[in-house]
Ligand binder design. Structure first.
Ligand SMILES: [Zn+2]
Length: 248
């Protein structure tokens, strides 16, 4: 069996303050790095924008609290693995919310190729209020639009999972310690597996639920660990870079 090395990158945290108790609840901003069996270095998402380092709110992008330290910058996380931005052969853009494409600017000058769903590119261009073009319409990045699922290498593929965003992408990757599904925001919180509750702003509820169903079924069939996009209770228990992913 061909397997790939996976690293979970902690790229800061976003949070909300409970209006009644004043208590802040944070969850991670994730990124992922895969060193493939064929020797390629593939980055999934780039995390929070650089201006959030040291800031207390995620404005102007969101009315959320943020906790983003210098070491949470994707370039610092990659450097920890001995990887410079120029070593990244391929960038997978799951979607263009600010906390997933915040450091795409670091790859513009390098002409990095990025895979994105064609539907998402179109949706993002039509909605600059949600998808700030200053973050992702970066001169130099070569977007390759794809339609639906896409195999990168045997045991490593992109899954089209619209729901949180039109043309959202998740990732399936077989590691030396079993398969992993990076659900990203198709299932951002663990409770969505039970509730099938999808974001209120997404108009096609059936499509969003179908994406959840699909990821849950695939995890059951393959025995994959389903990694949620923003679930601190899970993330805190997983090994983060520079340690490679291990199931236990
Ligand atoms: Zn997200």
């Amino acid at each position: 069996v061909t397997t790939h090395d996976l690293y979970l990158l902690h790229l800061g945290r976003l949070g909300e303050r409970n209006a009644e108790t004043g208590e802040a609840r944070f969850s991670q901003v994730p990124g992922y790095l895969i060193r493939t069996a064929a020797g390629r270095t593939v980055l999934v998402d780039t995390g929070n924008p650089a201006p959030l380092i040291g800031a207390e709110t995620a404005r102007p992008w969101a009315a959320l609290l943020t906790e983003t330290r210098p070491e949470d910058d994707v370039l610092a996380r990659l450097a920890d693995l001995g990887i410079g931005p120029g070593d990244v052969d391929l960038l997978i853009s799951t979607h263009f919310d600010f906390d997933h494409c915040g450091r795409h600017d670091a790859f513009g000058a390098l002409g990095t190729e990025s895979l994105v769903q064609r539907r998402h590119l179109e949706a993002a261009r039509a909605d600059p209020r949600r998808y700030d073009p200053a973050l992702w319409e970066v001169a130099g990045i070569r977007y390759t639009p794809i339609d639906g699922d896409h195999e990168i290498e045997p045991g490593f593929r992109i899954l089209e999972t619209s729901g949180h965003a039109i043309g959202h992408q998740s990732v399936y990757v077989e590691t030396g310690d079993g398969p992993v599904i990076l659900a990203v925001d198709a299932i951002s919180a663990a409770e969505m597996v039970e509730t099938r509750q999808v974001p209120w702003w997404y108009s096609d509820r059936e499509e969003a639920v179908r994406s959840i169903d699909r990821l849950v079924s695939l995890a059951e069939e393959s025995g994959a660990l389903l990694v949620f996009g923003h679930e601190a209770s899970q993330w805190d228990g997983l090994p983060k870079s520079p340690r490679p992913y291990r199931r236990s």
